[in-house]
Each structure stands twice: as structure tokens, then as C-alpha cells.
Design a protein around this ligand. Structure first.
Ligand SMILES: O=C[C@H](O)[C@H](O)COP(=O)(O)O
Ligand SMILES: C=C(OP(=O)(O)O)C(=O)O
Length: 354
């Protein structure tokens, strides 16, 4: 008997369509391309300090119901258009969730929320939603987790994140080096910022690594490096890391590494002890400092949904409409109030290059 040494833990392999097939089925038009491309340019200008506005990445912790996400997007698009002279608002459309151990991995992995893991349904659902949101003139942000999946939807993303659990990963740094959008590297879950600074340096360089082509063939991608990578502070095991003392020491460390100190602060995650009700206090603090002249903070991230809080889905029952099934979020009214406060303080900012 031949001894089997391969696929001992593989139950099944199902074919996925090629990225180009999905793009043909769900193409982006010129107006959508403009929304993506203009927002990427605006974000680059804000991060460099050339544009005085604040970047605001706001939206659900994760998308599980495309209808509710589009409803949320309609609310947010109105705020984006109203506040566009002071804020660059981009919607969090997070389809891939990195789990500390196990749990639901997001709409792409398990779109039916039942463990059936029909990625072949999740990919078109994600791409369709991104097209619909961009069609409202509202650009989108996401965390890139799997290194193959960006081929299916990265053309629709204005801002990307590499999360706290993957910032130290060479695979994700290589991936960021080839992405067309600005990318924020989160500090590590332990609070370590040096890994994110190292990641920014790594992603700015050229890399060659295995990838897939638009036609779905295995290939070697050679990248030119992404110079729009920056730091996102999300707190760590020791607590928040957005205080003036943190910004001071982190900016110094960034400067010593030759990295522009443009920083985005995530008001959620460990900066709010995972309690969404604490996000307004984080934003209030940041807003006061910005109005007093702090210009190293170029953007903020908020986790927000139509309905405040979070829920654990119950088998056989539809989840509460517009409420997170991963981390708790702010509700819409609180979100709107925070956006208006941020717009107020952004008004006083001057472009650094002026
Ligand atoms: O943002 C979402 C979560 O914080 C992240 O995916 C980790 O989640 P978990 O610790 O519940 O697995
Ligand atoms: C998982 C996320 O964040 P972090 O990587 O900071 O935990 C997130 O923003 O959804």
C-alpha cells in the first residue's frame, strides 16, 4: 500500500471563480473608479498633511447583512457630502475578521452565518456591496487578511488596514507593498508600536512573492512598494495608547525610523477597552487636542452601526437588524454627533504645506 503523506487534514477542495470572472460579472464603472481613486488621493494628502481635513474611517465592526450595511451607507453618505470640506469620511466595510481563537470569520468566509463557509457566495456578496456603496459616492475601507482575496475586490477599496494580529507578518507586509490604496498598520495586540513601524518600512520596499493572477493562475507578484502606509494606534494589553505622552514618544520613534508621523487613532478596540460607549470620550479627548493645534493626528477610526451594542446570533432566529455580531458599536445618533464634533475641530486646521 502506498503511504499517503498529503492532504491528511484536507476534507475537500472546491474551485473558486477567477478574480477576472467576478469582475466581469460585477464590473466597476467610471463613476465608481473616480470615487475610489479620488478618495485614495485625498487620504494620501491628509496623511502627508497637505490636506487640512481629517480622515474618518467609520462603520460596522463587520458586515453580516448587506441590506443593513447599505442602509447604514445611505446615512453615512449624507454626512460625507455635508461635511466634505472638513472630513474625508470612508466607510468601514470589513468582510474578513481575524479571530483571537475561533469565531465567525466574516461575510466572505461564511456569508450564510451558519458555518457552511460558502466563500463562493461571500465573494460576490462583498463585491456587489462595495459597488453599491461606492455608487453612493461613499468610499470604502477594509482589513486585508487573506493574501489571495484582494484580487477579487481591492479595486473598490480606498483605504486598507493590516490588523493588530498580522502587522508583524511578512506575508501581510508584502501584500501591502503591492496594494493600490493607502494602508494603515495597526500596532500589535500587546501594544507594541515598533512592529507597525517596521511594517511601514517593509511595505514601502519592493517585494516578490507568490500570488494569483486575475485569471486565477499561480504567479509571482513583483511589487514596487507602497509609500502611503502609516500607523494606526488601537491600544494594547496595557490599555489605550492615544494620550499626548504616547503620541509624543511614538512620533519620536517614527521620526527616528524615518517615517512621517501622520497617525490615525482607532477609538475602538483596546483604546476603548472594547466598550463602544467609551468611544465618544476618546473622540472628545482627541478633538480637544486637535483644536489646540495637535496636527500629528490625521485621522480617526470609529466602530459604528445603525443600532448600538452587539448581539450573539441565535440559531433559527434572524439577527437584530443593523446591530453588530462581532464587536460592539456606537449607534447612528451618537455617530452623527461625533462626526459633527470632528468636523468642528477640523475646520481650524491648516495644511502643513501652506
Ligand atoms: O474587531 C474585531 C475583533 O476585535 C477581532 O476580530 C478579534 O475578535 P475576537 O477576539 O472576538 O476573536
Ligand atoms: C480587528 C480589528 O482591529 P484590530 O486589528 O486592531 O484588533 C478591526 O478593526 O476590525
Amino acid at each position: 500500500m502506498p503511504i499517503q503523506t498529503e492532504n491528511l487534514h484536507i476534507d475537500a477542495l472546491r474551485l473558486l471563480p477567477a478574480p477576472a470572472d467576478l469582475a466581469t460579472l460585477l464590473p466597476r464603472d467610471q463613476a465608481i473608479s473616480r470615487t475610489v481613486s479620488d478618495s485614495r488621493a485625498a487620504i494620501r494628502a491628509i496623511l502627508s498633511g497637505a490636506d487640512h481635513r481629517l480622515l474618518v474611517i467609520v462603520g460596522p465592526c463587520s458586515i453580516h447583512d448587506p441590506d443593513a450595511a447599505l442602509d447604514y451607507a445611505a446615512h453615512l453618505a449624507r454626512e460625507r457630502h455635508r461635511l466634505s470640506d472638513r472630513l474625508e469620511i470612508v466607510m468601514r466595510t470589513y468582510f474578513e475578521k481575524p479571530r483571537t481563537t475561533v469565531g465567525w470569520k466574516g461575510l466572505i468566509n461564511d456569508p450564510h452565518l451558519d458555518g457552511s463557509d460558502r466563500i463562493e457566495d461571500g465573494l460576490p456578496a462583498a463585491r456587489r456591496l462595495l459597488l453599491e456603496i461606492n455608487r453612493l459616492g461613499l468610499p470604502t475601507a477594509t482589513e486585508f487578511l487573506d493574501p489571495i482575496l484582494p484580487q477579487y475586490f481591492a479595486d473598490l477599496i480606498a483605504w486598507g488596514a493590516i490588523g493588530a494580529r498580522t502587522t508583524e507578518s511578512q506575508i501581510h507586509r508584502q501584500l501591502a507593498s503591492g496594494l493600490s490604496c493607502p494602508v494603515g498598520f495597526k500596532n500589535g495586540t500587546d501594544g507594541g508600536v515598533q512592529v507597525a513601524l517596521d511594517a511601514i518600512r517593509s511595505a514601502a520596499g519592493a517585494h516578490s512573492f507568490p500570488a494569483i493572477t486575475a485569471e486565477g493562475r499561480a504567479a509571482i507578484a513583483s511589487t514596487t512598494g507602497n509609500h502611503a502606509c502609516h500607523l494606526v494606534l488601537r491600544g494594547g494589553h496595557d490599555g489605550p495608547n492615544y494620550s499626548p505622552a504616547h503620541i509624543e514618544s511614538i512620533s519620536l520613534a517614527a521620526a527616528q525610523t524615518g517615517i512621517d508621523p501622520g497617525i490615525v487613532i482607532d477609538a475602538s478596540h483596546a483604546n476603548s477597552g472594547k466598550d463602544p460607549a467609551r468611544q465618544p470620550a476618546v473622540i472628545a479627548d482627541i478633538a480637544t487636542r486637535i483644536s489646540a493645534g495637535e496636527n500629528r493626528i490625521r485621522g480617526v477610526m470609529l466602530e459604528s452601526n445603525l443600532v448600538a451594542g452587539r448581539q450573539d446570533p441565535v440559531a433559527g432566529q434572524p439577527p437584530i437588524y443593523g446591530q453588530s455580531i462581532t464587536d460592539g458599536c456606537l449607534g447612528w445618533d451618537d455617530t452623527q454627533a461625533l462626526l459633527r464634533r470632528l468636523a468642528e475641530v477640523a475646520q481650524s486646521r491648516q495644511p502643513l504645506a501652506a
